[in-house]
Write a protein that binds this ligand. Structure first.
Ligand code: FE2
Length: 222
């Protein structure tokens, strides 16, 4: 299964790297998280190059692809809300990330391997290419995550902080071993990522209270 198809402008590099990893005749599934240009850009090329692949999406994703003239209706596998998809013995549970930029957005939890795909959520603007998230200093990661989320999901700033904290707690409870984002290297565990978003936007307990909050509270109570 391939997750998303990258930017059309990077087509040659993307398809070449993919062919180096697998025989495209063997590709059976393409999980399409949403229909933004950087996720759907090579879909038509891949459907030609991978004749046995079906595209996993939902009702709205299929509708938007139809309007854009992308994909092929007979090769769509539409997931119903809440449906669990079995792929090569793996059970993929649909997950709506805590923030996103397109309403058809559909991530997943592989409940056996405990791999969580959060689509655009937990993406970060970073100063350069990194292969491993461990290479990114904590302050850079925080700044990058908050910067990305404020651009990609500006409504986060208007969201009820307690409601957001509850959603982030739920993600922590899923206890994923690995977190895949479309815009961040693979992360081990999720608590560090949810903690950053919670402290930036949420009003929950635990690590929501950072030094700047303590200074604010001390100033307020005199
Ligand atoms: Fe997006």
């Amino acid at each position: 299964m391939l997750v998303d198809t990258g930017l059309a402008s990077l087509s040659g590099d993307f398809i070449g790297r993919l062919e180096a990893e697998l025989d495209l005749e063997d590709l059976r599934w393409i999980w399409l998280s949403h229909t933004d240009a950087d996720h759907i850009g090579n879909l038509n090329r891949l459907l030609s190059a991978a004749p046995n692949a079906q595209v996993i999406t939902n009702f709205l994703g299929a509708g938007k692809m139809g309007m854009m003239g992308v994909g092929a209706a007979e090769r769509l596998r539409l997931l119903e809300p809440g449906e669990v998809l079995e792929v090569s013995g793996r059970r993929l549970h649909q997950v709506r990330p805590p923030y996103y930029d397109a309403p058809e957005t559909m991530g997943f939890l592989d409940s056996d391997e405990r791999v969580l795909f959060t689509v655009d959520a937990f993406g970060a603007l970073l100063p350069g290419m990194v292969g491993d998230i461990a290479e990114v200093p904590a302050a850079t990661l925080r700044e990058g995550l908050v910067g990305w989320s404020s651009i990609d999901a500006p409504w986060l700033a208007h969201m009820d902080g307690m409601a957001l904290a509850a959603i982030l707690n739920h993600l922590n409870d899923l206890a994923p071993a690995h977190v895949l984002s479309g815009h961040l290297p693979v992360a081990r565990g999720i608590d560090g990522l949810t903690g950053i978003i919670r402290s930036a936007y949420g009003r929950g307990t635990s690590d929501a209270v950072g030094p700047e909050h303590i200074a604010h509270i001390e100033a307020a109570i005199g």
